[in-house]
Design a protein around this ligand. Structure first.
Ligand SMILES: Cc1cc2nc3c(=O)[nH]c(=O)nc-3n(C[C@H](O)[C@H](O)[C@H](O)COP(=O)(O)OP(=O)(O)OC[C@H]3O[C@@H](n4cnc5c(N)ncnc54)[C@H](O)[C@@H]3O)c2cc1C
Length: 496
């Protein structure tokens, strides 16, 4: 079913296509991609522009799909909607919190559906669970608290003080990242990702692996090979050999206070586009970008041509087939493919060498072993004791024969192959934010540092300021709105 929001976006798109703006002479900023990167770029361009109305840019967004949101998308299983891609946000993701408030969206704490205290975790090595926390199905708060304490003790006994060192490492990285919310008076506009990372003190994390960083931080080998690896495999489909900054972001995504948006995170993109006076072109895949003397000419696979004074790419270029004239050169980067498989049915306890379904932990994580066919299996929803919705992450597709061996019953199976995020390998090399030294920008250059909804928004905010200052001049920047927009400011700490 088409949602009312998408419907209004479609109308907006069609209306603006058929009745061109009277101010044809206004410069046009074209954005390729309607994910959180492209939509927040449009938002920040509007929010920060403070110059003559006559020069206020037209903004066009091109999206090859029929819906906006990109890697923020939902899937329906058993008539219920679940996040299929980007699912959780960190409590200090201030841009996302701001968008949620600005768009009147509703926050959801995913762990509330089943209290975090009572979620059980198992680490599976292919033969047995090397760690299994206790499960509690009782609603008795005292009992739940006791089980939660017992689980903390279990983890402490296995990993000792290393677990505290891991928290310190994550806190330190998150603390540095918060610099990106400082007022613009103290925060420069960055022309390169390297410069942006160096300024926040995060650059060195991208030059070494997570394994090296955590070993230096004093974490034990077993904690890194087990719990840390489980987390990096779930969040990025990669091992602890991934680069340090993305690894730290991944660990931050396993802490408390995580949240999402009721009804789907994609609504951030839809809402931002809807409120930013944008001409949205759905089903419009850009296949070539040519720099002619005064402007860029964009050609789409549907045969349409667009003229843009400024062009911003808000999608990873790694698996793209866009033809650039003159050609551009960026460091080679591979995307990590993550296969998300949604199954409505019942796991088979025999696969895990167990006697009863209730003995299988709510979240089964895995260690790094090429023989293991999946990274994680988690319960999304218990419809009843005999009807459960699961999400599986794996690096390769989950073939039917494999699913037959893992599940005793299967009513519904949905498979999605995501070109999910970069395959992180230190030392990371970064593409420039400005691809041609002119007005061709690349928001996802920052994705080699870490791939999240928030990092896309942080990169987009910087690119918006870069476009305004370079193309429209420093006077075009609305400093008062920049100051007031500091998301770490007062009144923005929403109750999670
Ligand atoms: C399985 C999975 C789980 C994840 N979990 C989390 C999580 O829990 N929390 C989190 O913060 N992040 C998570 N992420 C990462 C997060 O989804 C991304 O970092 C973020 O959504 C990237 O947004 P973007 O706008 O930069 O790119 P995208 O969302 O990929 O948007 C790019 C858009 O551009 C469009 N496009 C591409 N090429 C063209 C073209 N030639 N012409 C026109 N349109 C084009 C695409 O269709 C797409 O809509 C996850 C990702 C995946 C895949």
């Amino acid at each position: 079913m088409i949602s009312p929001l998408i419907f209004s976006l479609l109308i907006l798109s069609q209306a603006q296509e058929s009745s061109p703006s009277p101010a044809e002479s206004k410069p046009t900023v074209c954005i390729i991609g309607s994910g959180i990167g492209g939509s927040s770029l449009a938002h920040f361009l509007r929010h920060y522009y403070n110059s003559e109305e006559a020069k206020r840019p037209r903004i066009q967004i091109f999206e090859r799909n029929s819906v906006v949101g990109g890697r923020m998308a939902t899937v329906n299983v058993a008539k219920e909607s679940f996040e299929a891609g980007a699912s959780i946000l960190h409590p200090k993701n201030y841009h996302a919190l701001n968008f949620t408030k600005y768009l009147n969206l509703k926050l959801k704490n995913p762990s509330l559906s089943k209290s975090k205290d009572s979620l059980s975790l198992g680490i599976w090595n292919g033969k047995k669970f090397i760690l299994k926390t206790f499960n509690v199905n009782s609603q008795n708060p005292l009992l739940r608290k006791m089980v939660s304490l017992a689980n903390s003790l279990l983890i402490f006994v296995r990993y000792g003080f290393s677990i505290l060192k891991m928290d310190d490492f994550v806190e330190s990285a998150v603390g540095k990242f918060l610099k990106y919310y400082e007022s613009v008076e103290t925060r420069p506009v960055f022309e390169s990702v390297d410069g942006m990372l160096k300024w926040a003190g995060l650059y060195n994390f991208t030059k070494r692996s997570l394994l090296e960083e955590l070993t230096d931080a004093g974490l034990s080998y077993s904690l890194i090979q087990e719990l840390v690896t489980v987390i990096t495999r779930i969040n990025y489909g990669q091992s602890a050999c991934m680069s340090g900054l993305a690894g730290a972001v991944s660990l931050a995504g396993s802490g408390g206070g995580l949240w999402s948006i009721e009804g789907g995170n994609w609504q951030m993109a839809a809402g931002l586009i809807n409120r930013s006076d944008v001409a949205l072109h759905l089903h419009e895949e850009i296949k070539s970008i040519s720099h002619l003397t005064e402007y860029y000419e964009l050609n789409s696979t549907t045969g349409n041509t667009f003229k843009c004074e400024v062009t911003a790419i808000a999608t990873p270029l790694d698996e793209e087939n866009i033809q650039f004239t003159p050609p551009i050169s960026i460091p080679e980067r591979k995307l990590q493919h993550t296969h998300a498989t949604f199954v409505r049915g019942l796991l088979d306890p025999a696969y895990f060498g167990l006697g009863d379904l209730s003995e299988i932990p709510d979240l089964v994580g895995t260690i790094e072993d090429p023989e293991l066919p999946f990274s994680s299996i988690s319960i999304l929803k218990k419809n009843s004791d005999k009807d459960i919705t699961y999400k599986i992450f794996s690096r390769k597709p989950m073939a039917d024969t494999l699913l037959y061996s893992i599940f005793s019953e299967r009513k519904e199976t949905i498979r999605i192959d995501w070109g999910a995020y970069p395959h992180y390998q230190a030392p990371e090399l970064f593409a420039p934010f400005i691809l041609d030294g002119q007005h061709l920008y690349y928001v996802n250059a920052f994705e080699n540092a870490a791939s999240t909804m928030e990092t896309s928004a942080v990169a987009a905010e910087n690119v918006a300021r870069l476009i305004l200052s370079r193309f429209f001049g420093d006077d075009s920047l609305n400093f008062s709105s920049l100051k007031n927009s500091s998301p770490a400011g007062e009144g923005l700490h929403l109750d999670l």
